[in-house]
Design a protein around this ligand. Structure first.
Ligand SMILES: Nc1ncnc2c1ncn2[C@@H]1O[C@H](COP(=O)(O)OP(=O)(O)O)[C@@H](O)[C@H]1O
Ligand SMILES: [Mg+2]
Length: 231
């Protein structure tokens, strides 16, 4: 489904991503782990085309999309929930969701009903401003907004950061449901290991811009955790 090969990325003189290879298969849920500053967000932004890929190749659904724009990638089926959510605080929940409709090819004018079914709170609060929602509700809105485009894969960058535990559980359930019912593939950056274990099939660990380990989630043991994840 999504395949990165030999990706390199720089900010000025610093080498941020170093020969990154990463593959997410159809219907797979993969969790990208690593300490702060190792390049996880840069990797997500590279997949979305928000930072240009210096060298390397990005394949999606068998097509080379290395040179395509962010909008083209979104339309092709890569959904993105950025770190920090980035919803529009002064627009209502419904307006936030409707803005995303502009990216659909089919000209749909209304927010697909299944988004409100997945997140009933968004229906209840659809006329409230985004900025009036709790952090967890804003995260649900950010996920809902990404789902408006019916993605085939959903990228989420630390979706549980700063969110109350009950909503973390709900988000985990929604992701599993989307995966099981619609076959949505997921690439998730996550710091909370219990959540990562609940949601993901496989982990990928990064350190200083390089992939260090990947395996089934059940193989994430204390040695790996101490070496690559504890602060
Ligand atoms: N826009 C930027 N300009 C310069 N350096 C950046 C920029 N964004 C991130 N960095 C640096 O790149 C490295 C990787 O950052 P990031 O991808 O955000 O890591 P992570 O998401 O794993 O915490 C860090 O050292 C960070 O300081
Ligand atoms: Mg980050």
């Amino acid at each position: 489904m999504l395949e990165l090969s030999g990706i390199n990325q720089y900010y000025g003189g610093s080498h941020i991503l170093n020969e990154v290879n990463l593959k997410v298969s159809d219907g797979e849920m993969v969790c990208l782990l690593g300490r702060n500053g190792v390049g996880k967000t840069t990797l997500m932004r590279s997949v979305m085309g928000m930072v240009a890929i210096k060298t390397g190749k990005l394949l999606f659904a068998g097509k080379n999309i290395t040179q395509t724009t962010t909008e083209q990638r979104a339309r092709a089926g890569i959904g993105f929930v950025p770190q920090g959510r980035e919803i529009f605080p002064l627009l209502t929940v419904e307006e936030n969701l409707k803005l995303a409709l502009a990216g659909r090819r089919d000209g749909l004018r209304n927010v697909p009903a299944h988004i409100y079914t997945l997140f009933p709170v968004l229906l209840d609060m659809r006329h409230r401003r985004g900025g009036d929602l709790s952090g967890g509700q804003q995260q649900q809105l950010a996920i809902g907004r990404a789902l408006v485009l019916d993605p085939k894969i959903l990228l989420l960058d630390e979706p549980t950061e700063g969110i109350q535990p009950n909503i973390v559980v709900e988000i985990g359930q929604v992701l599993r449901r989307l995966n099981q019912e619609l076959g949505l593939a997921v690439l998730l950056v996550e710091q909370k290991l219990p959540f990562a274990r609940q949601v993901a099939d496989r982990f990928v660990i990064m350190e200083r811009g390089q992939i260090q380990a990947t395996d089934e989630m059940s193989a994430l043991d204390d040695t790996l955790i101490q070496r690559y994840l504890t602060v």
